[in-house]
Design a protein around this ligand. Sequence first.
Ligand code: NIG
Ligand code: FE
Length: 391
Amino acid sequence: MSTTALTGIGVLVTNDPTVGEGRLGIRRDAAVVFEDGVVAWVGNSADAPAADIAHDLDGRAVLPGFVESHSHLVFAGDRAEEFAARMSGQKYAAGGIRTTIEATRAATDEQLAANVRRLLDESVRTGSTTVECKSGYGQTVEHELRSVQVAGRFTEEVTLLAAHVPPPEYAGRADDYVAMVVGEMIPKCAPHATWIDVFCEEGAFDRDQSHAVLTAGMAHGLVPRVHGNQLRQGPGVQLAVELGAASVDHVTHVNADDIEALAHSDTVATLLPGADFSTRSRYPDARALLDAGVTVALGADCNPGTSYTTSLPFCIAIAVRDLRMTPDEAVWAATAGGAKALRRSDIGVLSPGARADAIALDAPSYLHLAYRPGVPLISRVWRGGALVHTN
Ligand code: NIG
Ligand code: FE
C-alpha cells in the first residue's frame, strides 16, 4: 500500500458538487491523498493525514487530469503544406485524409507506434491523463487491424474509425467500401476496440452508409461515436442520437432540431475547436448547446490534417475566448465532459474512489488556463497516483 498526499492546494477542482462548491466542486486550501492509484481522501490541507510521499503545492491549483476523448494518433507523415495552402485561402475538404492514408500504409508498425508514443508524451505534458485513440488512416482490413492493435498498446480507449473516407481503390464506390467494412473489417477488428466511429459528412459517408457501419459495429459489441456536422449541416447528429451514440463530435453546423435532439439524449456533443481553428472555419455555437442543456465535452482532435495539436489548455482558451464558454464550463468540458463522452465515471473527477489522475498548475487558479493562453502552466501530472510529469 503506497500513499501520496498533495497538500497546500490553493484551489482544488474536484468536479464533485458533494465534495466542494458548485458544479466544479471547488475547495480552497485543500489536500488530496492518493492510495494505491485511487483518490482516498479529500479535505482541508490542515487536516491532511500523513502519507509515504508528500508534495506541498504552495498555493497551486489542482484539477482532475484532462480527458481527451477524440484523437487520431496512428498515422505517418504530416500535412504542413496543406495547412499552409489553407492559410492562403484554400478550403478544407475530407479528401485530404487520403494523403495520410498513403503515408500510414507505407509505415512500419514500429514507426506508427513511435508516433503514438511521441504524441502521447506531448499530451501528458499538456495535462491529458486519458487519451482516446482512433484508427482510420489504414482503410483496409490489414491496416485498420494493425492501427487498432498499435493504439491498444498505449490506451484502453481504442476506436475503430472504420469509415473515415473511401480510400483511393474504392474511389466512387463508397457503397462497396461500406460492404467490405461491414462484412470483413468490423468482424476482424472489433475484438481490439471499444468504440466504432464514422465520418458522416459530404465527401466521406452519407447517412445510410454511416448507419450501416455503426450498426455493424454495435452488432459486434462496439459502442458508437460519430464525426458529424463538421463541414456543413447534415445527418450526423440525428443519427448519433438515434443510435444512442456516446458522443457526436465537431457539431459545428447544427440546426434547432439537432440541438433539441441532443438536449433530450445521453449523447455528448464533443466540440473540437482546434479543428475549426486550423481549418479557419467558424466555431460551433457552444452557447446554444449549453443553454439548451446539452452535455458538452472539449477535445483536441489531434490529427495531421485538421488539428495538429494535443493541447487541451489551448482548446480551453479558444473555447472561452471564441466559443463563449465560461472558464468553468470549459474546464468541466475538458475533464468531466470528456469522461462522459467516454462513459467513464472513474476519471474526470477527484473525489474518493476516483482514479488518481490529477494535474497541478503553475498558477493559483484554474482560470489561468484561459487567462494565460499559450503558457506551459502544467507543472505536475499524476496518473494512477504516479507522478508522470514535472516541469
Ligand atoms: O476529426 N473529420 C474527420 N477526421 C479528422 C480529420 C482528418 C484529416 O483531415 O486527416 C477530424 O477533423
Ligand atoms: Fe476526428
